[in-house]
Write a protein of this length. Sequence first.
Length: 62
Amino acid sequence: MSILADKIEQFILTKLLEEQEGITLRRNELAEALDCAPSQISYVLSTRFSMIEGSLFSLDVD
């Protein structure tokens, strides 16, 4: 497992726990905050989160 992917996943999970109604992620802003490429955010979302797991988020691709 990638340490960066773990960091991204943990950040998203923390945000989901803080917000009862779900979250909106702005991919470029999140990538800048975590010092990574926007595609790495997309990768983590597509491989570690799914509606089956009950994730409540939307992704703004800016």
